[in-house]
Design a protein around this ligand. Structure first.
Ligand SMILES: CCCCCCCC(=O)SCCNC(=O)CCNC(=O)[C@H](O)C(C)(C)COP(=O)(O)OP(=O)(O)OC[C@H]1O[C@@H](n2cnc3c(N)ncnc32)[C@H](O)[C@@H]1OP(=O)(O)O
Length: 214
């Protein structure tokens, strides 16, 4: 594929001071610019959601996206070598299924951060789709569940209360708390705020996996 075809738009400015320029995964360096590529795909999804393009632009976009898919297909790897969703210090772990979550502070019991849902996550009337919020909490709480040297665990339940609407294109605050542990059961909770206004809160049970449990 022509290199020029993969230039989607002007590159995004790196805005996250917590994100390192380079990162390693499984001891190997992550390709330079990988997280910038993920940012561009997020931008593309937002533009796609918001656009009502002409037939000509639909045709050319379809062709370009097909070329991009073909280029990436040539580099497909098995799950253990996957980068997307595995880069802990990248926004949203470099996984475009969810919003770009930026972790600001984390210790064994608590995690705080910021998140901005783009147009891709619009439900209606300028607010975030209700299904995107559990994704955010599962990811956020799942990360904290793994903190403090705790064993791998899996979400057994995730309960979300929607207290007020969460606007898109707005920096929202998230927090996660490790509440308590009962044997293999780890209880966590999380909050999503727009300024001082509580948008949603969640409680979850993560069950630690037994040795050999996949
Ligand atoms: C960095 C990465 C961040 C992203 C993290 C994302 C995490 C995820 O999304 S994981 C994917 C979604 N979750 C799943 O697919 C889980 C599917 N379910 C399972 O695999 C199993 O049911 C599992 C592992 C949760 C529990 O099964 P198992 O290991 O057999 O434990 P089990 O003996 O049934 O239960 C253990 C305890 O938990 C309790 N428990 C289990 N499920 C539930 C539930 N839904 N509600 C309440 N209690 C429960 C049991 O009652 C039991 O309690 P006690 O010890 O007091 O008797």
């Amino acid at each position: 594929m022509d290199d020029e075809a993969i230039v989607l738009a002007a590159p995004l400015v790196r805005t996250d001071p917590h994100r390192p320029d380079t990162e390693t995964w499984l001891g190997r360096p992550v390709p330079e610019g990988y997280t910038d590529m993920i940012d561009q795909v997020r931008e593309l999804l937002d533009r796609l959601a918001g656009a009502a393009p002409s037939a000509e632009v639909v045709r050319s976009t379809t062709k370009t996206v097909a070329e991009l898919s073909a280029a990436l297909a040539a580099y497909e790897v098995d799950e253990p070598d996957q980068l997307s969703g595995r880069l802990g210090s990248a926004a949203g772990r470099a996984q475009v299924a969810g919003p770009a979550l930026h972790v600001d502070e984390v210790d064994d019991e608590r995690m705080t951060g910021r998140v901005r849902f783009g147009r891709h996550f619009l439900g209606s009337n300028g607010v975030v789709h209700g299904g995107a919020i559990p994704y955010l909490f599962d990811d956020l709480l799942g990360r904290l569940a793994l903190g403090g040297g705790r064993p791998r665990s899996r979400t057994a339940y995730l309960h979300v209360d929607y207290r007020s609407v969460a606007p898109i294109d707005t920096e929202l605050r998230v927090a996660a708390f490790f509440d308590r542990e009962e044997g293999r059961k780890h209880f966590l909770r999380g909050t999503l705020h727009d300024g001082d206004r509580l948008c949603a809160e969640a409680t979850a049970l993560f069950v630690a996996l037994n040795p050999g449990q996949t």
